[in-house]
Design a protein around this ligand. Structure first.
Ligand code: ADP
Length: 257
């Protein structure tokens, strides 16, 4: 499909990246960063060269979710480029590694900062760059989608009925930009206790999403204390427990990217 803006004029830092995958959600707190990070480390575990770009300047999660030795991005003063930091072989760029914490900025400024971080980073040769999008489908997201030639989008949501409307917004945004939505991840869909499975937010909206929007893949992620603990500890669950249920789900997701 035709790419909106940068056709033939790709910023040098992005030229050697084969696939740029957006992980997106309409609201904060649904598990978008958890999915982005675990997806990235799954792809890396499959042998791919991978980077993560944390585009959430208002609440960057990457510095919490992974613990690189070097927690500050370095500049190459001659080339005026940013050198990504690295954890377990995955290249990482986040506003949270820029030494300023979270930002108080207005929309256009945010877009400028995101685009600069993304396009001036020396990503080198990558098979996948996973972009942890800022939550929502507004101007910041649109601008970002127009700056990078996304090859695929993954939408993260929770199972409530309302979330269905959110997914619709996300699908509409990506379809306007001619970016294929390859999967929806329904996060926090159930938990197991006392030998029983509970669905605290109800069931069924996932299959409705697949039918209505023709999205080829739907994945469920359970509520798991280990997922949140690993998110807080700096080691992604798929790295900590590579044979576990969550790792298996991410391998299935990784294959369809
Ligand atoms: P978002 O990027 O959408 O704001 P996060 O990925 O940062 O969401 O997740 C918000 C919080 O919920 C984090 O503390 C994360 O560890 C936790 N969390 C996300 N998904 C799960 C899950 N399936 N089970 C348990 N905790 C989760």
């Amino acid at each position: 499909p035709a790419r909106p803006v940068y056709a033939g004029l790709l910023p040098p830092g992005l030229q050697k990246i084969s696939n740029i995958v957006a992980v997106s959600s309409c609201k904060g707190g649904v598990g978008k960063s958890t999915v982005a990070v675990n997806l990235a480390y799954t792809l890396a575990g499959m042998g791919a060269r991978v980077g993560i770009f944390d585009a959430d300047v208002y609440g960057p999660s990457l510095p919490t979710m992974v613990s690189p030795e070097n927690r500050l991005l370095e500049m190459n003063p001659e080339k005026k480029t940013i050198i990504p930091t690295e954890y377990l072989g995955v290249k990482l760029v986040s506003f949270g590694f820029a030494g300023q914490g979270r930002a108080i900025m207005r929309g256009p400024m945010v877009s400028g900062v995101i685009n600069q971080l993304l396009t001036t980073a020396e990503w080198g040769e990558l098979d996948y760059l996973v972009v942890d999008m800022p939550p929502g489908t507004g101007d910041i997201q649109l601008t970002l989608c127009q700056v990078v030639p996304l090859t695929a989008a993954v939408i993260v949501t929770t199972p409530q009925k309302l979330a269905f409307i959110d997914v619709a917004k996300g699908v509409r945004m990506f379809s306007k930009l001619k970016v294929p939505c390859v999967a929806v991840v329904e996060n926090m869909c159930h938990f197991d206790a006392d030998g029983k499975r509970y669905y605290p937010f109800g069931r069924g909206s996932g299959s409705q999403v697949v039918q209505q929007f023709g999205i080829p893949h739907l994945f469920d992620l359970p509520i798991r204390p280990t997922l949140s603990a690993s998110g807080d500890s700096g080691m992604p669950e798929v790295v900590a427990d590579p044979q576990g249920e969550v790792a298996t789900t991410f391998q299935d997701l990784g294959v369809c990217i």
